[in-house]
Design a protein around this ligand. Structure first.
Ligand code: GTP
Ligand code: MG
Length: 188
């Protein structure tokens, strides 16, 4: 049969932004649209699981198939001591998911610095790879809107790559599908 297109996705962003929670929700077994909507009972179970996720040490590799594509996701730790691992995987990446904690105003400048460093890296710069950003934790009472987050990160300055930002609540799985659909279009 037809070989599925292999896509390597780098999942990056500061620690505690919600990367692992998002990836967990994207795994087919946890996707509510996979076998129809989840019942209320199962929603509670999957939200409880989503809240049990622990900080990533180093990185994890997750593989899953989705329509015509075979995804390998590099779920990197966002802790500062592990951020120097990110660049070793840039060459292999075909797409980037960058996650931001929309409620973490204090560290928005740090998130911007890391994003800028990433986008200016020799293995990323001048490549036309899509960048999907999640303004995550939109459920927090003082969360910034995705428009505000994109202003703080100066996303309009990204000219060499297609990019897209979605507000998300990774615990409930909200906003993730929109982002994934966009990514699909970009790499199809
Ligand atoms: P590192 O692995 O340390 O880089 O962190 P990470 O980006 O993988 O974050 P992780 O998925 O471990 O989530 C960090 C914390 O934020 C956990 O307690 C999650 O339950 C919580 N969290 C993730 N997404 C959301 C969200 O959309 N809303 C809220 N309120 N909490 C979230
Ligand atoms: Mg993690």
């Amino acid at each position: 049969g037809l070989k599925k297109k292999e896509v390597n996705v780098l999942c990056l962003g500061l620690d505690n932004s919600g990367k692992t929670t998002i990836i967990n929700q994207l795994k087919p077994a946890n996707r509510s649209n996979h076998l129809g909507p989840l019942s209320e009972e199962w929603k509670h179970v999957s939200q409880a699981q989503a809240q049990d996720i622990v900080p990533t040490i180093g990185f994890n590799i997750e593989k899953f198939k989705c329509s015509s594509m075979s995804f390998t996701v590099f779920d990197m730790s966002g802790q500062s001591r592990y951020r120097n691992l990110w660049e070793h995987y840039y060459k292999e990446g075909h797409a980037i998911i960058f996650v931001i904690d929309s409620g973490d105003k204090l560290r928005m400048v740090v998130a911007k610095e890391e994003l800028d460093t990433l986008l200016n890296h020799q293995d990323i710069r001048s490549r036309k790879m899509p960048v999907l950003l999640f303004a995550n934790k939109m459920d927090l009472r003082d969360a910034m809107s995705s428009v505000k987050v994109s202003q703080m990160l100066c996303l309009e300055n990204i000219k060499d790559k297609p990019w897209h930002i979605c507000a998300s609540n990774a615990i409930k799985g909200e906003g993730l599908q929109e982002g994934l659909d966009w990514l699909h279009e970009q790499i199809a």
